[in-house]
Design a protein around this ligand. Sequence first.
Ligand code: ADP
Ligand code: MG
Length: 247
Amino acid sequence: MARQEMVLDIEDLTVSFDGFKAIDSLNLYVDKGELRVIIGPNGAGKTTLLDLICGKTRSSAGRIRFMGNEVTRLPEYEIVRKGIGRKFQTPSIYENLSVWSNLEVSFPRGRSVFGSLTFKCTPDVKARVEAVAEEINLKEHLKTEAGLLSHGQKQWLEIGMLLMQEPELLMLDEPIAGMSVREREQTAELLKRICVNRSMIVIEHDMDFVKRIADKVTVMHQGKILAEGPMETVQADPRVIDVYLGH
Ligand code: ADP
Ligand code: MG
């Protein structure tokens, strides 16, 4: 019953690397429209969890359901097609193409960069590029070569490239690393804005940023969930202070 309201429903998920359980019998439930932040010390298994959800890594046991359907053993490209978008820590944009072209080639239907050079831009693609550019604060930079953008703008562009595919669930791994204070503030606003129509999982270390964006926080430690709840509750949890926040 409650399952209908869930975008992600993970049970007993385990992955072992040479006998070491990087994810250990983990359960995680994310609601539709929720912005969940995952925190925890280095090596806790946060990135590995996203790798499992997006199909980059295969689980040893357990299952992952997305929008009520099992996706545990699907290949990565099928998981993307089902509506899970994943941003990695280093941006993968086309530096020598304009912001416009970067967004345009990300429109689903599988065109290559080269194909797009002769691609006749339809009104719906154009409208989507403009809407996404506005969402990611790059509307004034559509003609700018992506390589000339600031570090923060490049991160936003990559988020925009994922938004072109209209994912139901967007996962971001440390999106504000290396950003200026102003860019961090703008990114917080940006994430809250784009979360209106979708669910999001964000891994982050900056507690001020986490406080600003999180609906709920999950604290991971040694491949398991140590604590979960509103930021204030999690922050006051002695176990969380002991393994993470106290350092
Ligand atoms: P976090 O993102 O929380 O810092 P990771 O998910 O990157 O942690 O890593 C969790 C643990 O799993 C670490 O001890 C890491 O060394 C290990 N690990 C991650 N990926 C692999 C892999 N492909 N092979 C072996 N060990 C891995
Ligand atoms: Mg990581």
